[in-house]
Design a protein around this ligand. Structure first.
Ligand code: GLN
Length: 498
């Protein structure tokens, strides 16, 4: 049996049944990392020793019945912008190349409480700024389906690691699409929950009013189970929300009868790749055949989402990243003359070009004289976008849309033209501006074999509606494994003596 081909929930059942141990599972993940990560570069850090030790502890607790949940003993990966006590947390930046936090992020603690074993930290765009995982100081991650292409970003390492079966599931973060877009490019499933659902305590801040942590996994069932484990009210995060219910797995039912699904006409016009469009509309048809009511509607204002997002996100980033000054964390320049020169040189040498671009843009839009013209206007636009979604959700339960206008571009294609890259975020960022939940599920592939994902968006706190729709859709498809994941089966068969 190839352990890593199982979903997290399937794997934990086998562990509970005594067919495999948590240690076997962690070893299988580590072996797959050794086999393929040299080529794909999904991980920044793999902590073998601590993973095996934790797996042993978890195994004991499973045997005594202390741990019985659906993630017990399952190997997991965490995006490298979530603090892990004693384990490197770099945000894929030179400025944090040696940073070992003194505490663990709340979401990761919640995972560990559920018995998941964190085996390492995944590659990302530097400080989560980017859509391709190419802005990482540690080099790009490659697309699991075709190594000449990008995995998407910024949670590209997490999504590629799941597709390559280098972990059973992973955590990502989503400020403007960083879970949903790379999930689409890598052929996996990812959820960005409603703002405030998962604690941001210990998540290195990018755009604090937009950031959310969420799960990436092989299927909707795993995503719901992981979300259930990580979501919690946390007084340490002032934006954490006390929700009425943290039950997401009861939404895993195959039933969309009467569910009202809206398709924003504006999302299917110019700029959308025809193969992506066909695939998404085919998925909509399928949901309709299963009993959903599918209708087109106008969601105007989308064209203002990109400028509003890049102003707000950069403004918040410029403020959040002020703390990296060569004193408190990470990298400090070798030679300097005086304090200001030390700040300047540490930051100039420690940050990459995309991060510097955002800091400059953010400082500009917040500066006196430009604040009203840009930042305030962007906030007003954000309010209008939220109102447009409120009107839409008065009519519909779920909005169905692409996750990205194209499939994964080739490596190197996006870096030269940042504006073009920003435009690729068109379908994901308004969801963050409005604080809504969104899920990406695989729904097809283009003629080159690159995955296409469909995005389902819900109203605030209505994760269960998108989970139900995504689960129902998923029942009509088989999960496609990428070639490098399948290749491990042959080795497994040989060692099983078949
Ligand atoms: N691509 C977007 C950006 O660069 C979104 C990134 C994210 O969600 N972290 O800001």
């Amino acid at each position: 049996m190839n352990i890593m081909s199982l979903t997290a929930v399937e794997l934990s059942k086998k562990i509970k049944a005594g067919e495999v141990t948590a240690v076997d599972a962690v070893k299988a993940a580590l072996e797959q990392i050794k086999r393929v990560d040299g080529e794909f570069n999904c991980y920044v850090t793999v902590d073998e020793e601590s993973a095996l030790k934790k797996a042993e502890e978890v195994q004991k607790k499973i045997e005594t019945g202390e741990l019985a949940g659906p993630l017990a003993g399952v190997p997991a990966a965490v995006k490298d912008n979530m603090c892990t006590e004693g384990m490197l947390t770099t945000c894929s930046s030179k400025i944090l190349y040696n940073f070992k936090p003194a505490y663990t992020a709340e979401a990761v603690l919640n995972l560990e409480k559920a018995g998941a074993v964190v085996i390492g930290k995944t590659n990302m765009d530097e400080f989560a700024m980017g859509s391709t995982t190419e802005t990482s100081f540690f080099g790009p991650t490659r697309n699991p389906w075709n190594a000449e292409h990008v995995p998407g970003g910024s949670s590209g390492g997490s999504c590629a690691a799941v597709a390559l079966e280098e972990c059973a599931f992973a955590l990502g973060s989503d400020t403007g699409g960083s879970i949903r877009q790379p999930s689409s490019f890598c052929g996996v499933t990812g959820i960005k929950p409603t703002y405030g659902t998962v604690s941001r305590y210990g998540l290195v801040a990018y755009g604090s009013s937009l950031d959310q942590i969420g799960p990436v996994a092989k299927d909707v069932t795993d995503c719901a189970a992981v979300l259930e484990a990580i979501a919690s009210y946390d007084p340490k995060d002032s934006t954490s929300v006390k929700r009425e219910s943290y039950d997401f797995t009861s939404a895993l039912t195959e039933d969309v009868r009467g569910l009202r699904i809206g398709i924003p006409k504006d999302y299917f016009g110019k700029g959308l790749d025809t193969e992506v469009k066909e695939s998404i509309l085919k998925a909509a048809k399928l949901l309709e055949e299963k009993g959903a009511v599918v209708e087109e509607f106008d969601l105007s204002l989308v064209e203002y989402a990109i400028p509003a997002y890049y102003i707000i996100a950069s403004a918040e980033a410029s403020s959040n990243l002020a703390r990296f000054d060569g004193v408190k964390y990470g990298y400090r320049t070798g030679t300097y003359t005086g304090l200001h020169n030390m700040y300047k040189k540490s930051r100039s040498e420690g940050f990459g070009p995309e991060v510097k671009r955002r800091i400059m843009l953010g400082s500009f839009v917040l500066s006196s004289g430009y604040y009203d013209a840009y930042y305030l206007k962007a906030l007003k636009t954000k309010a209008l976008i939220k109102q447009a979604f409120d009107r839409a959700f008065a009519e519909y339960d779920v909005i169905l849309a692409p996750a990205s206008p194209t499939t994964a571009p080739k490596l190197g294609e996006s870096l030269g033209d940042p504006i073009q890259m920003y435009l690729g975020d068109i379908y994901t960022i308004s969801v963050n501006l409005a604080g809504l939940p969104g899920i990406t599920v695989p729904c097809g592939a283009d003629s080159r074999g690159l995955p296409i994902g469909m995005q389902l968006i819900g109203d605030c706190f209505q994760e269960n509606k998108i989970i139900r729709a995504a689960y129902t859709f998923e029942q009509s498809r088989i999960y496609e494994r990428c070639p490098a994941a399948k290749a491990q089966d042959r080795k497994q068969e040989r060692s099983d003596g078949r």
